[in-house]
Design a protein around this ligand. Structure first.
Ligand SMILES: [Zn+2]
Length: 363
């Protein structure tokens, strides 16, 4: 999910086959043979998630494979119950595929898997990350996170206190997880409803995101890796403080570039669209522009991640958005650092600041 994503000013270059139509809450909307679009509300600034129902048959039993689940809250469970009897025509869920471990995608997996005795399919990296977050008390919160944000220039004591207290963010939205899973790996072929789907791993947004491509339907379930309207959240977090998620993300979306021009893209947020290559180019241009602006700012004075916020996010942010925005600012600083254009150093107050490298960037 993404609280801060920049809106796409070039959205008109994309094509929305269903225009402004949205799926019926209980019936969904068929977007390809045997593929149904469900849209559920989210209690965040990003106010909805798309889920996908794929008509399936396993061991002679007719039913559904669902892709992604929504957060666990009464309103989502109630909507699912309508889906069970209408869109799903009372047929069972045969498996639950989760593209990645963010709460809006995995929240209700435990409930769906248990109710239908269906297995969870997910990457091992995301399964174990989710499990450790559900067991522990860390998800962008606690002392470690507060220290991390302070070292990147967040000085507001109330904001730091709020970060220290933000301990149950994951658990609130994902109160339980299935105990077992089936492992998804890059390039894996799955037969769903008699059609072959192939997984495409992606990095930089989640530990190991799995998109799904079906060549015979010409459909890509892109998850959060390619979104039409907002840019995917790509952040450095306190658990991996030296990571370079933006480079990982940009390399990952290039893996979709070889798919056909007219691929129907089913994103987790926004509407189904065509124009995949255009969107990949837009995302590269968007981040290239941001990287240029960040570099310029660092040429003027050594910048912390907090100093970069007004460069990347010209609007007012609350403290919660500020912490996510710092993670995104850091992703841009780190991309420049890892390619040798910037170097970090600590100032007298212990804040990490980035300046242009004395040596020329690595090619
Ligand atoms: Zn996500």
């Amino acid at each position: 999910m993404n609280d801060n994503g920049c809106m796409n000013p070039h959205e008109l270059e994309l094509h929305y086959p269903w225009h402004d139509a949205l799926p019926d809450p209980a019936l969904g909307l068929q977007v390809a043979p045997g593929v149904y679009w469900l849209r559920m509300e989210l209690p965040f600034a990003l106010n909805h998630i798309n889920l996908w129902l794929l008509r399936d048959e396993v061991d002679g039993i007719a039913g559904w494979t669902v892709v992604d689940c929504c957060v666990d809250r009464p309103a989502s469970r109630a909507q699912w119950k309508g889906v069970f009897s209408h869109a799903m025509q009372a047929l069972p869920i045969l498996r639950v595929i989760v593209t990645h471990m963010h709460p809006d995608h995995i929240g209700l997996a435990h409930w769906l898997c248990e109710r239908f005795q269906a297995p969870l399919w997910i990457s091992a990296t995301d399964f174990y990350t989710a499990r450790s977050l559900a067991l522990g008390r860390h998800y962008h919160g606690g002392d470690g996170a507060a220290q991390f944000f302070a070292q990147h220039g967040l000085t507001d004591p109330d904001a730091l206190e709020a970060v220290r207290d933000r301990l149950d963010f994951f658990k609130r939205l994902v109160p339980a997880l299935p105990l077992t899973f089936r492992r998804l790996m890059d390039g894996q072929q799955l037969m769903i409803g008699g059609r072959e789907w192939r997984t495409i791993a992606g990095y930089g947004h989640a530990p190991e995101h799995m998109a799904l491509h079906c060549a015979s339907l010409n459909v890509l379930i892109s998850g959060d890796m390619v979104l039409p309207r907002i840019s995917t959240n790509v952040s450095v977090f306190d658990t991996e403080p030296e990571s370079d998620p933006l480079t990982l993300f940009l390399d990952s979306i290039d893996r979709f570039a070889a798919l056909p021009e007219d691929t129907l893209v089913l994103p987790s947020h926004g509407k189904p669209f065509t124009g995949l290559q255009v969107r990949i180019r837009q995302l590269h241009e968007h981040h290239d522009d941001r990287l240029r602006e960040v570099m310029q700012a660092c040429h003027q004075r050594p910048c912390s991640a907090a100093d970069i916020l007004p460069v990347l996010f010209p609007r007012e942010l609350d403290w919660h958005q500020t912490t996510f925005a710092i993670g995104e600012s850091l992703a841009h600083l780190h991309a420049l650092w890892h390619k040798g254009a910037l170097q970090p150093h600590r100032d007298a107050l212990g804040v990490l600041r980035f300046s242009p490298s004395a040596v020329s960037p690595r090619p």
